[in-house]
Write a protein that binds this ligand. Structure first.
Ligand code: OSB
Ligand code: MG
Length: 401
């Protein structure tokens, strides 16, 4: 018969002896890296206009507005990009809540010399707020990598030299507009196309794309626009050979996704429902998450991402990296993470030129002739923040320490 993936929960990987972390599992190398000395910390609010407005079922964004956390120490500068938006239309956290949580609750927990494992334990006292945690963790991990003079992926144990690129297309005015966008993406060499859908802009749009591109790896993302009562309608998508349906139901639900999955042949993928390892374990065990969209900026950063990745791999659940329309800083972090074994599907990491005329960093992310992105080999996240661009795109900044 067909090979059946293991989706039952194997529990935390138990080990004996000295090489065991707080969960009783094999420690990740990142857990024993140390937070370097820090001389100065700044929070910088940036705003970058998008090349085109980006629409999902619950929001339209015309620019990327977010915080960058800048940490300076030992003659190097680490950067962390926040994935929260100014609004709570994708996730409950906002740029303002991130500023509050980072400055009032997380920063006071940071001490040079702590390991990232110890820092993570301290951060656990602050509930949720995983985007805030990722912002700070990313900046400190970047600083640690730069202090050692190694690329970020080295601290993660990543080995791939290039990663396959996928694209996420926003909701379009008409099916014809969407087909034009898909044609351009296929021409560019993207390894798979994701299209945003919502009620009333779904089956006809998918049908139009499939008619023109019968074989392109294709998926949809609803950002929670449907209800369980829409199961029969969503089952119409089974005819189109989609690789997955991402987040059809609520951002706060696992149970109904599991019920919906029983009505559909197409695998369901969860995005905004998954905030941490416990969520991933519950969603997978319930049967509502056959594929996992892992956004490191949404789950508290790189260490929690490695835990989620390990668990999903143990359950036979394919993982891919989502994106949050990041600037070159967050985009680079996502690229480094995707060098780790277990990312078996192309991510939502696209070329810089798709998002911005001008990014904060150099060099931009570009696709090679086969639709892959080369992994930067410089220290830390591996690109350079260009001072005059940063100055032009900054709308405010404050010194935190
Ligand atoms: O749901 O994956 C999503 C962008 C912003 C908020 C939510 C999502 C997205 C994307 C775009 O799909 C991913 C990217 O191109 O970075
Ligand atoms: Mg999504």
């Amino acid at each position: 018969g067909p090979r059946r993936a293991r989706r039952d929960d194997p529990g935390p990987p138990r080990r004996e002896g000295a090489e065991v972390n707080a969960e009783g599992a094999a420690p990740f190398p990142l857990e024993s890296e140390r937070v370097p000395a820090i001389e100065r910390i700044d929070l910088v609010l940036v705003r970058l206009p998008f090349v085109h407005p980006f629409s999902i079922s619950s929001a339209t964004w015309t620019c990327k507005e977010t915080y960058l956390l800048r940490v300076e120490g030992g003659g190097v500068v680490g950067w962390g990009e926040c994935v929260a938006d100014p609004d709570p239309f994708y996730a409950p956290e906002t740029t303002t809540s991130v500023r509050h949580i980072v400055s009032e609750f997380l920063l006071p927990l940071v001490e040079p010399g702590l390991t990232f494992g110890e820092l993570d334990t301290r951060f656990a006292h602050v509930r949720g707020n995983r985007m805030a945690k990722a912002t700070l963790e990313n900046a400190l991990v970047d600083l640690a990598a730069k202090a050692k003079g190694v690329p970020l992926h080295e601290l993660l144990g990543g080995t791939r030299k290039r990663i396959p690129s996928g694209i996420s297309l926003g909701i379009q005015e008409t099916p014809a507009d969407l087909v034009r966008e898909v044609a351009a993406a296929v021409e560019k060499g993207y390894h798979r196309v994701k299209m945003k859908v919502k009620k009333g802009k779904d089956v006809d749009y998918v049908a139009a794309v499939r008619e023109r591109f019968p074989d392109v790896p294709l998926m949809v993302d609803a950002n929670g626009d449907y209800r369980l009562e829409d199961a029969a309608h969503l089952a119409r998508l089974d005819a189109f050979g989609l690789t997955m349906i991402e987040q059809p139901l609520s951002y706060s639900d696992f149970y109904e996704h599991a019920a919906l999955q029983r009505e559909l042949a197409t695998p369901l993928c969860l995005d905004e429902s998954i905030h941490d390892l416990a969520d991933a374990r519950a969603a997978i065990a319930l049967g509502g998450c056959r594929i996992l969209n892992l956004k490191q900026g949404r789950v508290g950063g790189l260490l929690e991402s490695l835990r989620i990745l390990r668990h999903a791999v143990a359950c036979g659940v394919p993982v891919w990296s989502g994106g949050m329309d990041e600037t070159g800083i967050g985009r680079a972090v996502n690229i480094h993470l995707q060098t780790v074994e277990g990312f078996t599907l192309p991510g939502d990491t696209s070329e810089t030129s798709r998002y911005f005329h001008e990014d904060l960093v150099d060099p931009p992310v570009v696709l090679d002739a086969e639709g892959f992105i080369e992994v930067p080999e410089g220290p830390g996240f591996g690109a350079t923040v260009v001072p005059d661009r940063l100055e032009r795109l900054t709308v405010g900044s404050e010194r935190l320490r």
